[in-house]
Ligand binder design. Sequence first.
Ligand SMILES: Nc1ncnc2c1ncn2[C@@H]1O[C@H](COP(=O)(O)OP(=O)(O)OP(=O)(O)O)[C@@H](O)[C@H]1O
Length: 298
Amino acid sequence: MIEVNNVVKRFDGFAALDGASLSVPAGAVYGLVGPNGAGKSTLIRHLTGIYRQDSGTITIDGQKVWENPELKSRIAAIPDDWYYFLQSSARDMMRFYRGFYPRFSMERYEKLKDIFEIDENRTIRRLSKGMQKQVAFWLAMCCLPDVLVLDEPVDGLDPVMRRQVWGLIMNDVSERGTTVLVSSHNLRELEDVCDHVGIMNHGQVLLERSLAQLQDNMVKMQVVFPDGVSEVPPELPVLHASRVGRIHTLIMRMGAEEAEGRLAAYTPLLADAVPLTLEEIFIYELGGADYAVKDIIL
Ligand SMILES: Nc1ncnc2c1ncn2[C@@H]1O[C@H](COP(=O)(O)OP(=O)(O)OP(=O)(O)O)[C@@H](O)[C@H]1O
């Protein structure tokens, strides 16, 4: 479990983190979303022990991260500017990782070699940016980390490789209970993978929610009312309604079962719950109250 509590970090008087707090449960895939300069990378560098906060606390499984090599050996990270030794190949970097991560799995290294299809003896510097990122993933996945921290991880990867990489990560989440924190500019990018989302801006986490919390609270129904009912009955608590032909799409703040019950009273010809996107959930969750947050995620 990752706990960040009221963390402040200043650079020359400028607060890159200005009382940031977040909480990532064990085994969660937490998406940290925010625009350029929000403070995502700065927060991530604290989680990996690169920066030390001016104030506030940062713990993973109850232990402070700063100057805690034992804890850090259980955290793997892919920063936006992944570091490798200039003349090194993937194989050289693997040896370096092995020295630092006691659980480093050579078995996995050999297995993933087929997936990434990168010549392990080629100088990393000579690989394309996307290929370098693949090497970073390859090595991070071999560390068998308890916590995986990813800064804009799929930037530069082609769509097929994105899917492969997310497949590997999600496999680890379900089989090993890995906790993942992943940053992105774009909520859409995290749509299929995250079960928790935090929205960050100006050095603070403005709100965070679990997907379960959000989904239990909101439903999108496609409804065809019987002849004679052409408009959505006004007594239905609808957050948003749209219509194509006879099909009404209604978003309501309630669970699917309750919505089906309420709609049954009108004997609809069709009343199906359909999945909401994360983006839709956030927009309607915010209910028009906070335009600043909407601007951030859209
Ligand atoms: N080492 C540093 N020295 C001075 N200012 C810094 C430093 N690192 C970050 N900042 C500032 O802190 C703010 C947050 O930067 P950060 O890189 O954390 O944002 P981000 O959310 O990761 O942005 P992006 O999406 O563009 O990567 C920015 O205004 C940045 O200029």
